[in-house]
Design a protein around this ligand. Sequence first.
Ligand code: NAD
Length: 276
Amino acid sequence: MTVPKVDLIDGTAMPQLGFGVFQVGNDEAESAVKVALRNGYRSIDTASVYGNEDGVGRALRESELPREELFVTSKVWNSDQGYDDTMRAYEASLSRLGLEYLDLYLIHWPMPGRGLYLETWRALERLKHDGRVRSIGVSNFTVETLRRIVDEADVVPAVNQIELHPYFQQDGMRAFHRDHGIRTEAWAPLGQGHGLLDDPALDRIARVHGRTPAQVALRWHLEIGNVVIPKSVTPSRIAENIDVFGFELAPEDMKTIGEMDKGVRVGPDPATFESD
Ligand code: NAD
């Protein structure tokens, strides 16, 4: 299975589908990432706060895949925001992962109340400028916080990784991204499994295509241009979630899914989330 790549604003290319490892310990992450790599995933999404960069790094090393075939993302956690702390956090992530560079480094949450995200972004710009990271971006940024970066910083974020799934479609954020050349990356692309994958409309579409509701949801993301990073630790589901390049949704399927938006998040609201 070869996953197509999408271009980012800085000229690099990113696999449109990757593998997420949220809420997975080191050992489980190591085995899940090994299964994912065997199934053709090449992009892995972790974060320092997930506490599994060591396990992810072990799986990457043991795969013996050439480094340039891999696309590794990590994120600076809230308690490390600020210029110097972010520089240190980047080195610590690299060392846990056992890598010389990351493909993508993100600010995990904007925390507008703390007001450090612009300074944190300057650190990411420095890392990019010095060739220590290939691409830099943000996560959970709102229109307000993203606009401030676009207006005041030198480098436009290559991606904004946000909660996005058929029950929370984020049309406003997607339009803002489109206007500024920022790639939308969807976290919880399956709505974390809760309810969304039991939706009768999704199930109906899945039956017509001889696919599963998870595959239909992922296909919808791909067809609207999102990057997706579904998570599973179950080998059959890891294989199922990448097997989404052999079919296409019909315009009426896209319309039906487009009408499923409930405007309800499964995760925290980035306008107020400030957790350490
Ligand atoms: P997800 O939408 O990928 O859902 C994962 C859950 O869905 C699994 O735990 C499992 O219960 C279920 N599932 C997976 N595949 C399935 C299948 N084929 N059939 C049935 N059920 C299936 O949710 P997520 O893990 O929250 O998001 C994906 C990734 O996004 C994370 O692992 C992480 O890398 C990233 N993420 C980022 C942030 C952020 O703040 N930037 C927040 C949450 C997640």
